[in-house]
Design a protein around this ligand. Sequence first.
Ligand code: ADP
Ligand code: MG
Length: 497
Amino acid sequence: MTTRNEPLDLEAYRRVLEALRRRIPKPQFETWFARTRLLRMAPTDLVLAVPNQFQQEWMTREYRGPVAAATEDALGHRLEVRFEVAPAVEGKLVGAAAILSGGASVLPTASAGASAPAVPTSSAPAATADGPGTTAPRGGSSPASPGTIPFAAGAPGGLVLQPRYTFDDFVVGPSNQMAHAAARAVADDPGTTNNPLFLYGAVGLGKTHLLQAICHEILRRRPGFRIAYMSCEQFTNEYVSAVQRNATEAFRNRFRNVDMLVIDDIHFLANKERTQEEFFHTFNALYQMRKQLILSSDAPPADIPTLEDRLVSRFKWGLVEKLEQPETETRMAIIRRKAEWLSLHLPDDVVEYVANNVRNNIREIEGAITSVRSRALLERAPVDLTLAKAALEATLRHDQPAVGLDRIAQVVAAHYGVKVTDLRSKKRTKSISLPRQIVMYLAREETGLSLVEIGAFFGGRDHTTVLYATTRIAEVVAREDAFRAQVERWKDRLRAR
Ligand code: ADP
Ligand code: MG
C-alpha cells in the first residue's frame, strides 16, 4: 500500500468514467473523453485536461453536468467539474492509459487504437479492445462494454500503451534484473540521476515492455505527468514530413512541454544524419530542463552504425543497461505467467519442454504458448507433452544442430585444466565439482536436454542434483560480473563451432 493518494484518485476516476459511460452515448463518450486526462481530483473538485480551447468550451457547455452527475453516481458525492486546456504533444500524451491498465485486456496495435476522430460523429470507431470478461460484440452501435474505456493517445499514428506492459507483468530474472531495476528507479524518480536511461538488447527481450512499464507506473502515481512516447521511426517520419512542410519549428516546440520523452528503437537513427541532428537538439533541450529521457536500442550506443559521437556520449551520460537472453529458469517462470494469463493449464513437463526448446526470445515463447493453446482447443484435449510437441513441431528450429554435452564438457574441462572423464565420474573434490556444475548449467542453457538427461550424462545423477547445480551457478552468474562475462565467452565459443 502506498502512502500517496494519487492511485486512489485514479481508481475513483476510473469509476467516474464508468459511470459517465452509462450516462452518455458511446460515440460521444469515445469522441470527447478519449482525449481528456485527469489533471486533479480533490475532495471537492475534478479537473480534466483537454487539448484545446475549443474543446474546453464545448465540453464545459455539454458535459460539465453529466460528468458531475457521474461523480455522484460513482463516489456518492458530487464534485465540481472543470476542464482546463493542457496542450498535449498533439495527442501523444498517454494520460488515460494508466486508467485502462488495470485490466488484463490486450489492446489492438498502436495504429488501430489511435484513430479517435477529432470531431464528434455518430459512428465513432470503437478504438479500443474489449476488456476482460466482455461479451458484447465490438462495433459502432453496440453498448459500451465493461472495461472498455477509450485510450487517450489520440493523434493518428500516436502510440498507445499496452495495458499488459506493466512492472507487475514483467518477470524478473538474472537476465533482466539490472534493466528492470534501472527502469524502476526511473519510474520512482524521473528526471533526476538516471538520465537518460538507455536500455538495449536483442529483439523480443522486453525493451518495449519495460519502457511502457515506466510510463504506466509514472502515470499511475502522477496522472498529470506529460509523456511523449514514440518509436524512433515515428520521430523520424514526423520530422521528415515537418521539413517538407516547412514546419520544423512547430515540430520542435511540441517537445518543449513534455515532462518525459520516450523513444523506442533509437537504433533507427542509424544513417539518418538530419534526424540525428534534430534529435540532438531535442535531447539537449529536454536534458537541460531536467526532463527524463528514455531510449531503447538493439545495440549499445557505440555500436549503432553511424551514430554521431556526440549522441553516443550523451546516451552514456545516465544509465545504460542490457537485457540478456533469459536463462532456463526465467523462461520457465515466464511461460508459467503467460499460461496463467490465458487460463491455460500447463503441466510441469510441458513448461520444461517449451523452456528447453524455445530459447531465443520471449516473443517466440509467447508464440509457442499460443500454438499449444490453439492445438488444445482444436483437439478439445488438455495440454500434455505429446500435444505440446505436436503443436511446436512446425515452429521449432530443426536446422541448427544442438550443442552437445560432450562439447560443453570439453570446453569447460579445458578451461579448468581437468579431464572430462573426471567430470563424469563420482568424484566430489571441489576442483571437479565446480566445473561439473558449470557444465550442467551450460547444458541447461544451451541444449534442449532435460534435467534427467543431463544427470544421465554425469553417471546417472539425480535430476535434483542437476537442478541444484544450475540454480547455484545461475546465482553466481547474476552476482558476479567477471564470472558472467566468462560464461558469455563460453557460450559464444559453443555457439560459434
Ligand atoms: P523488445 O521491445 O525488446 O523487442 P518486447 O518488449 O516487445 O521486446 O517483448 C516481447 C514480448 O515479450 C512482449 O509481449 C513482452 O510482454 C514479453 N516480455 C518480454 N520480457 C518479459 C518479461 N521479463 N516478463 C514477461 N513478459 C516479457
Ligand atoms: Mg520493442
